[in-house]
Write a protein that binds this ligand. Structure first.
Ligand SMILES: Cc1ncc(COP(=O)(O)O)c(C=O)c1O
Length: 395
């Protein structure tokens, strides 16, 4: 006879301090248990409308078409690119990490001719390099940048790039998967035409939705497409008939996920955007102070470091995988390793949404100290925690 009990789910409780997902707020978890209604139920339509309203607040936009795409952050990326790029269009894309590289891949799959503006993984894409790339083309359809490069911990400045996009008559697309809800994202003020994010990072929802917003300038161009958008699922023309009225069947919305996002957005609105950004700044700064006090080197360019994701160089002689495994198994803490060319070279520590707390900063630093000492790295006892506590007192 088979052992039925082994099929029972029993996931461990983890402290999620990796590059995402972050820990889910209990109110968000609770929202997912609310009774299921039909996706065309009048009650659900009010939830959809409310979710759009709350998302506009977070993106700081008046854009009518602001809604969660059903799918993870990558679905947001695909939607942002496949609706606006057709074969032969030129797209200029900043590449200073894994996710810029992924945008290149997606744009090429749309048939676009991609001009990469490359920068070292860990540095910003400089506006001068962006301008040179725009200038060298006869016509650029779209300029795309990653605001918060999760693979490196770099915060990309956007305002100058946005002005350049306007000057060269290109649409400006921004990936805010690791910034929305943790760093300011002012879509209207910064002149962003198309913007997407993910539910599982600074919003502290489970993965599965991609908040998305697009302005009229970008939408107006859709009518001029020579051919249909190749993806039915991500076709904004079809999706805009579904959101917010629900009057047209496009797909069955993931209702429980939208409950969860609604609750997460309500929590963000209750906290207040400025207070939320300050919380991420306070904890990000304390973590950086603690890591440096332990003799570790931060990887991302100074002055452009994310508060939501810190990249730190793995010290010589220390085993990347062993430390991460011990953190997980002995302390229940998840952090991330390096991606792509940074594999084995950095750790990525997320302090996003509900996971961005002073308790988590101090817990991680003390656990890391113990494990680094066991690896032979010399750390003055308590140095990391002391420096972080000092930084927390000052803020
Ligand atoms: C900057 C960035 N863009 C896109 C993605 C893709 O999101 P997802 O993994 O939710 O599909 C991620 C995921 O980590 C990301 O960090």
């Amino acid at each position: 006879m088979s052992d039925i009990s082994r099929h029972h789910l029993n996931p461990p409780n983890r402290v999620l301090l990796g590059p995402g997902p972050s820990n889910v707020h209990p109110r968000v978890q609770g929202a997912m248990l609310a009774p299921l209604v039909g996706h065309l139920d009048p009650y659900f339509l009010t939830v959809m409308e409310d979710t759009m309203h709350l998302l506009r607040g977070l993106f700081q936009t008046k854009n009518e078409l602001t809604f969660p795409i059903s799918g993870t952050g990558s679905a947001g990326m695909e939607a942002g690119l496949c609706n606006f790029l057709e074969p032969g269009d030129v797209a200029v894309i900043g590449v200073n990490g894994f996710f810029g590289e992924r945008m290149v891949d997606v744009a090429q799959r749309c048939g676009a001719e991609v001009v990469r503006v490359a920068a070292e993984w860990g540095r910003i894409v400089e506006p001068e390099a962006i301008e040179a790339a725009l200038k060298a083309q006869r016509r650029v359809k779209l300029l795309a940048l990653v605001h918060a490069e999760t693979s490196t911990g770099v915060l990309q400045p956007l305002v100058e790039a946005s002005q350049l996009a306007k000057q060269y008559e290109a649409l400006f697309l921004v990936d805010t998967v690791t910034s929305l809800g943790g760093h300011e994202v002012a879509v209207d003020e910064w002149g962003i035409d198309i913007c997407y994010s993910g539910s599982q990072k600074c919003l502290s929802c489970p993965p599965g939705l991609a908040p998305f917003t697009v302005n009229q300038r970008a939408l107006a161009g859709l009518g001029a497409r020579a051919r249909k958008v190749q993806s039915l699922y991500l076709d904004l023309g079809l999706l805009s008939s579904y959101w917010p009225t629900g009057s047209f069947y496009h797909h069955t919305a993931p209702i429980c996920m939208i409950y969860a996002l609604h609750e997460a957005l309500a929590l963000a609105a209750e906290e207040g955007l400025e207070a939320r950004f300050q919380r991420h700044l306070r904890h990000g700064s304390a973590l950086r102070a603690g890591l440096e006090a332990m003799g570790l080197r931060l990887h991302a360019q100074e002055g452009y470091r994310l508060n939501t994701l810190t990249s730190v160089r793995i010290p010589p002689g220390v085993d990347d995988v062993r430390v991460r495994q011990r953190l997980l198994h002995e302390f229940g803490i998840e952090i991330g390793g390096g991606l792509g060319s940074l594999k084995g070279q950095i750790w990525r520590i997320g302090l996003m949404g509900y996971s961005s707390t002073q308790e988590n900063v101090l817990l991680l630093l003390s656990a890391l100290e113990k494990l680094l000492v066991a690896e032979g790295w010399s750390v003055e006892a308590g140095a990391g925690v002391t420096a972080a506590a000092q930084a927390l007192r000052e803020k």
